[in-house]
Ligand binder design. Sequence first.
Ligand SMILES: Nc1ncnc2c1ncn2[C@@H]1O[C@H](COP(=O)(O)OP(=O)(O)OP(=O)(O)O)[C@@H](O)[C@H]1O
Ligand SMILES: [Mg+2]
Length: 273
Amino acid sequence: MQEQVKNGDGIIELKGLTKRFGEIVVLNDISLTFEKGKTTVIIGPSGCGKTVLIKHIIVLLRPSSGEIYFHNQRIDNLDERELGKVRAQMGFLFQGGALFDSLTVYENILFPVKQHTQTKDTRKLDEIVKMKLAMVGMDGFQNYYPARLSGGQKKRVALARAVALNPEVILYDEPTTGLDPIRADIINELILKTQKELGVTSIVVTHDMNSAYKIGDRIIMLHNGKILIDGNAETFKNSTLPIVQGFIRGKVSEKDLKSLQVSFEDIKIDGIQ
Ligand SMILES: Nc1ncnc2c1ncn2[C@@H]1O[C@H](COP(=O)(O)OP(=O)(O)OP(=O)(O)O)[C@@H](O)[C@H]1O
Ligand SMILES: [Mg+2]
């Protein structure tokens, strides 16, 4: 059974969040409280609105209707200057890693620090970079450009950058996608370590059920703009909903299969073998 959120444990709250893009309703009246110090995992099929949901938490997107609160302060209506202060307390690991290719690892990590603080003390800045890189096992890579790093190394540097300002909240969008199982597990361990050592609240979007079970105190599945299930690993394993079982076993649904039933014969183009 899902534990009830006790009063005062919430750090981020979504109230009746609806997001439309034109005619399409991506998020439909979602209300959700994220608990302080816990890791909440968000899963769901591609295109169901996971990235859209977490972009609302740092107000990179604004709701069509509904409200977003951080520490009981409404944030979805703040202007960009005020949002800067809120965002300084949140680290964001974008889908795909998204390091700046023209900046070194050192400069990438200092990017948010320079945006949000006035510090010019080079020794202090060197120390921050060294500490954060050591945390993800990448000290010594300061002068590398992202092009010289593997996919897993880029994600680790991106994580070091996300924690550069000691945020209270870290949002991870598909942190293990594209990594082999061992490198994916290193990222899982780093997420757990970040939560334990820095006491952060983590919100992790993933397709990877192993990762969800390992790191999630709570797992939420989105479907058709709504929360389909909200619980823990056991809730998911025991769910009898076909859509949940299909998702966790990676089994394609009848509906999706139908959409694949165009034969390659049918799409042969004249003159092309
Ligand atoms: N800026 C935008 N303008 C218009 N439509 C958008 C925009 N951003 C997202 N969408 C649409 O919203 C829906 C949800 O997108 P989102 O990126 O949140 O999916 P997702 O669950 O993160 O998928 P994936 O697992 O593939 O990353 C999609 O239909 C997408 O096309
Ligand atoms: Mg996404």
